[in-house]
Design a binder for this molecule. Sequence first.
Ligand SMILES: Cc1cc2nc3c(=O)[nH]c(=O)nc-3n(C[C@H](O)[C@H](O)[C@H](O)COP(=O)(O)OP(=O)(O)OC[C@H]3O[C@@H](n4cnc5c(N)ncnc54)[C@H](O)[C@@H]3O)c2cc1C
Length: 381
Amino acid sequence: MTEARVEHVETLIVGAGPVGMTLHLALAAGGQKSLLLDRRPQEAQQGDPRALALSHGARQLLEQINSWPTRNATPIETIHISQKDGFGRTLINRTDYDLPALGYVVRYRDLAGALAANLAADAVLSEAEILDIVPGDEHVTVALRHAGQLRTIQTRLLIHAEGTPGDDPAVKVSNYEQHAVICEVTPTPGHNKRAWERFTPDGPLALLPLGDEYSIVFTLPPAKADAVMAMDDEAFTAALQTQFGQRMSFAKPGKRSRFPLALRLRDTLVKDNEVWIGNTAQTLHPVSGQGFNLGIRDAWQLAEILLKNGIDREGLDHYAKIRRLDRQGSAFFTDQIVRAFSNDFAPLKLARGLGLLALDLCPAARHFVAKRMIWGARAWP
Ligand SMILES: Cc1cc2nc3c(=O)[nH]c(=O)nc-3n(C[C@H](O)[C@H](O)[C@H](O)COP(=O)(O)OP(=O)(O)OC[C@H]3O[C@@H](n4cnc5c(N)ncnc54)[C@H](O)[C@@H]3O)c2cc1C
């Protein structure tokens, strides 16, 4: 181990996930340099099993930094929303919005690959372990270990993009007692670019078109998720079929993975010379696919402010202020959906049925939900 020397970097981004990389590339497009740092090797992202539904708005931002994974994105043309064993359903159609698609489904690994392909060779310190962070008046000092060396980096702005936070008193956690079991299955008949959001007493079940397959997000209480993870393929497709109903049949389930679900909201986005963006600022339930779509808006708006103002107190405070409505609105929207729909209480089931029916019959209400999915915060009045 060799001795630490102090290096200086204007902006240091911790976490080279999709949100951290988007920020780095948006800054670079405006001529500002930043350094990314990640604890994992870069190839590790290729093992991430998630598929992400990305909004039309997210596509437009990714295109501006040449990182839209064109060949690996499956368009969503309609979204069917319904509840298991209950009446009421709503259908959202791209033709009502004069758009090529309501959104797109992309594998996490393809999105990460498209972003990483635009990084310069020296843009990321991979496999770096942060040992200490010391805030100061003018800069933040970060001690780390990288490639067997101790290094000290002083930065004017430390941006946290480390993904879902662990225990941290600054983060409020509300546990859903639900786990998402995800995998890919082959549907018959074909998906015809339709996504399904089906609410069940166990939690929402989402089917996202991906290539010729459906990417499934099967949300269940933890004990049922244990059971579903342990099933053989035949029992798994039968369980999926029971939850979804008989409109389609499923075969050839791929490898299953699971994610425990909770709402995690950081109370402050900016503190001295540190900023939090993406999942580390807010981790949401995956229902209606808001997480990365929100994270990319964090990255984009922060980049716009840094490119306009440079690093200054006023700009950072402005960032915290303008992100409030979007993040709180998205957290509220997903939280309310999960809590209202994940139960079998008869009066609520009736109200949900009426709600879905009203959504289908009332274009204004349906457009509000559709616009949230297409544009995010811009859907709010
Ligand atoms: C089942 C499931 C389905 C989802 N579906 C959707 C969807 O359809 N649409 C959508 O928009 N969102 C969806 N999401 C949310 C989406 O995955 C996240 O919002 C998105 O991945 C967040 O990106 P990020 O870059 O903030 O964090 P991450 O993707 O978690 O990346 C964080 C990076 O930081 C690194 N890191 C962590 N700690 C440190 C450290 N101490 N030092 C250095 N580096 C560190 C990690 O190695 C990683 O590379 C889903 C989530 C789940 C669980």
